[in-house]
Design a protein around this ligand. Structure first.
Ligand SMILES: [Zn+2]
Length: 405
């Protein structure tokens, strides 16, 4: 198959783009990676465009579309990495015949090369013409731009009407697994207030208990009532209480002052919230609001939520797509593929299209280990086999529709 004939080219392309620093905030580097990939998509007959990221304070996104009459299939990758120019980890380094280390080599420049190589292989055998494929390579997956709705509006627009979406993240790093569900990742802010008074009067009806006890009541109830629910987690990561509390605009730094002999006037707590489905998110928020609303004497409390990355639930459609991928892998002689436990899969771009697209899998990029660290290493033997799996899945998806998820 054409994949093997082009494997040396694919490896060379991977080495070339790994050697371009594209930390999310290095806009020139993110664009440079796009500038290398764009002509490759043009060469196989895709229409390409650059979505400028000025409005969401990031580099931008590369979009490539091939508009055949077949069902629309969305392929998702990203151009950026977590390694900014200040990182000591900058270069592709061949370790032996089968492995190489490099920034973003599996997360996810390897996946970008796989999706491109799969499309080239399909083109080479003359099967691309009927296919409708949209490739979205975002420039800010690792540190998304704000406002998030604007940063992801191009991805969402291109997901409209798609029958299936494939994400080429490295997933669990194991070619025997793929991702059918990702927990969402949002945040919450709790603010409690109390009645300031001399501490000797605390617990008197007119003074009450103060802001710190109220916050601690709420956190304790969050824990005791909700911590055993599967796939639901919520972590208070920053808490400040006292008489005066200040938190800076980043939400990650602040200061508090107070005295032992003064009943606390204010406390703020910042936390995250991870859920497996939109239903679980709504249920968790309702339960948390119910706990917040009760109030100890002479206190009040408010909680606000920011949904952030939406959950991608393990739907029947996603599982059906995994079954197709598993079948492809078995037919190629590369063995079965099973779903990753969602508690091991973090939020990713594919989550944004979970509501729009009936069948999604992710984590079918280049396998390896230690992404987001200076030990990020790829198993290069997986480059041709993952490419073949992606190519055959795309061909079968194109033929399979209409499929009821
Ligand atoms: Zn990634």
């Amino acid at each position: 198959m054409s994949v093997d004939a082009h494997n040396a080219d694919a490896l060379a392309l991977l080495e070339r783009i790994v050697n371009i620093n594209s930390g999310t905030m290095n806009f020139a580097g993110v664009r440079e990676v796009a500038d290398v990939l764009r002509p490759q998509f043009d060469a196989i007959g895709f229409k390409t465009r650059w979505v400028d990221g000025t409005t969401f304070h990031r580099a931008g996104h590369l979009i490539a579309e091939h508009e055949g009459p077949g069902p629309k299939i969305l392929l998702i990758g990203h151009l950026d990495t977590v390694f900014e120019p200040s990182s000591p980890f900058q270069r592709f380094e061949r370790l032996d015949d089968s492995t190489a280390r490099g920034p973003g080599i599996i997360d996810m420049k390897g996946g970008d090369v796989i999706l491109l190589s799969a499309l080239r292989a399909i083109k080479d055998i003359g099967q691309l013409t009927p296919m409708h494929v949209v490739v979205v390579l975002t420039g800010d997956e690792e540190d998304s731009g704000a406002p998030l709705e604007i940063a992801r509006s191009a991805l969402l627009a291109d997901a409209q009407g798609a029958a299936a979406a494939l994400g080429f993240e490295d997933g669990a790093g194991d070619p025997k697994t793929a991702v059918v569900a990702r927990r969402g990742a949002g945040s919450w802010n709790l603010v409690t207030t109390g009645t300031p008074a001399h501490s000797s009067q605390i617990f008197k009806p007119e003074v009450g208990v103060g802001a710190v006890y109220e916050a601690s009541r709420i956190l304790t109830e969050f824990y005791t009532k909700l911590h055993t629910e599967s796939y639901l987690t919520f972590n208070p990561g920053l808490a400040l209480g006292g008489t005066l509390v200040k938190i800076d605009s980043s939400g990650t730094d602040g200061a508090a002052s107070g005295k032992r002999n003064v009943v606390a006037q204010r406390m703020t707590v910042a936390g995250d919230l991870r859920t497996l489905s939109p239903e679980q998110l709504v249920k968790a928020k309702t339960a948390m609001q119910g706990i917040v609303a009760k109030h100890l004497p002479k206190t009040s409390a408010e909680i606000s939520f920011d949904d952030g990355y939406p959950p991608m639930a393990p739907t029947a459609g996603n599982k059906k797509l995994l079954t197709m991928y598993d079948r492809v892998s078995r037919d190629l002689g590369t063995g079965p593929v099973v779903a990753v436990d969602p508690s091991r899969a973090g939020a990713a771009d594919v989550s944004f299209v979970a509501k729009e697209v009936p069948m999604i899998i992710d984590g079918i990029g280049l396998s390896g280990h230690d992404d987001h660290t200076e030990k990020e290493t790829a198993d290069l033997r997986m480059l041709p086999s993952q490419t073949k799996r992606a190519a055959i899945l795309l061909l079968r998806l194109n033929q399979a529709f209409p499929v009821q998820p």
